[in-house]
Design a protein around this ligand. Structure first.
Ligand code: IPM
Ligand code: MN
Length: 362
């Protein structure tokens, strides 16, 4: 019998539903071609539901989502809802409650895509950021005292446990072993770089650095280890992106450097990520926002959502189908699209989905 996967689909807000529809189209085409089934169930979590019911992602929904093999998310963020409510209530809640402790964000420049970095091409911009996804400034540890007075104090702490750091590093080393540049026939070494700030954050990144070298020395002697301060990481992303292979970092720095990464790979139209629980239910998303101003116009680029779908299939173990989708996306960027920017692609959102699905069918 054909393998079947239960997928929860959360199209979300703004242009989320439009890009998700194209990802679903392409995923179904891949399933048909490679002989597996995707049993999809849609959920309406997002700004509209919150406005209607006051509910973000209730605990009962978390329990329900646990029963799926994977989750595909469009975008969260609504212009009428105060910033923070949906982000914390839906996106971060899912990441934390489902313990999706890895945020995997490939930074790959596909052929035909314009990068703002002069003189660099697809061979130069080809790395992956492994962002820790449960700790750091994101834990909400802290608070106010004397709020509203001139003496007000606000504290928000970067929190990491050795356990969190070790499990993230383990994933990053294993990922590097399997998908590093040497493993892919693209370099002399498989290299894992830690991006931190050991010169200032002398507790948190001291822990990361010790754990990094201990694990590397003992368990992964063949993987080359490098260290960069986070500010320097930004500098080298722009100047020498070809230096990077796999980068591991904490949650906050990972958030920041992957926006920079997204820009050098051609923008939010193409950047995808996975919130991964290697032992549980993972969630895949285009990393850009809901872009509400483009809602309903059919101009938003669905490739990031389609690439998120490809990452989902890879994590489910459908490697061939995942690679085929990525190859179809590369064909479309190289041969069809005028630009990746919303409204400038030369095609509508659904036409781009059709192009990828059509290429896939070949
Ligand atoms: C991201 C986003 C989120 C984050 C926001 C929306 C909470 O910026 O996925 O990178 O900070 O992680
Ligand atoms: Mn971000």
């Amino acid at each position: 019998m054909a393998k079947s996967y239960k997928i929860a689909v959360i199209p979300g807000d703004g242009t989320g539903p439009e890009v998700t529809a194209e990802a679903v189209k392409v995923l179904n085409a891949a399933a048909g071609k490679f002989g597996f089934k995707l049993d999809m169930t849609s959920f309406d979590f997002g700004g509209e539901r919150y406005k209607r019911t006051g509910e973000t992602l209730p605990d009962s929904a978390i329990e329900e989502l646990r029963k799926f093999d994977s989750i595909l998310l469009g975008a969260i963020g609504h212009p009428d809802v105060k910033p923070g409510i949906l982000e914390k209530g839906i996106l971060l809640k899912a990441r934390f409650e489902l313990d999706q402790y890895i945020n995997l964000r490939p930074v790959r420049l596909y052929p035909g895509v314009e990068t703002p970095i002069k003189g660099k091409g697809p061979d130069d911009i080809d790395f992956v950021v492994v962002r820790e996804n449960t700790g750091d400034l994101y834990t909400g540890t802290g608070g106010f005292t004397m709020k509203g007075t001139p003496q007000e104090v606000a504290v928000q702490s970067a929190v990491y446990t050795r356990f969190q750091v070790d499990r993230c590093l383990k994933y990053a080393f294993e990922y590097t072993k399997k998908y590093g540049k040497k493993a892919r026939g693209k370099g002399q070494n498989n290299t894992l770089a830690l991006s931190g700030k050991t010169n200032v954050l002398t507790y948190v990144y001291d822990l990361w650095e010790r754990a990094f070298h201990e694990m590397g020395q003992k368990q992964y002697p063949d993987i080359k280890r490098e260290y960069y301060h986070v500010d320097a990481t930004c500098m080298w992303f722009v100047k020498n992106p070809e230096w990077f292979d796999v980068i591991v970092t904490g949650n906050m720095f990972g958030d920041i450097i992957t926006d920079l990464g997204a820009m050098i790979q051609g923008g939010m139209g193409i950047a995808a990520g996975g919130n991964i629980n290697p032992e549980g239910v993972s969630m895949f998303e285009p990393i850009g926002g809901s872009a509400p101003k483009y809602t309903g116009q059919g101009v938003i680029n669905p490739l990031a959502a389609i690439c998120a779908g490809s990452m989902m299939l890879e994590t489910l173990g459908e490697q061939k189908a995942a690679t085929k989708i990525e190859d179809a996306v590369k064909f479309v960027t190289a041969n069809k699209l005028k630009s990746l920017a919303a409204g400038k692609m030369g095609y509508s959102t659904s036409q781009v989905g059709d192009l990828v699905a059509g290429e896939l069918a070949k």
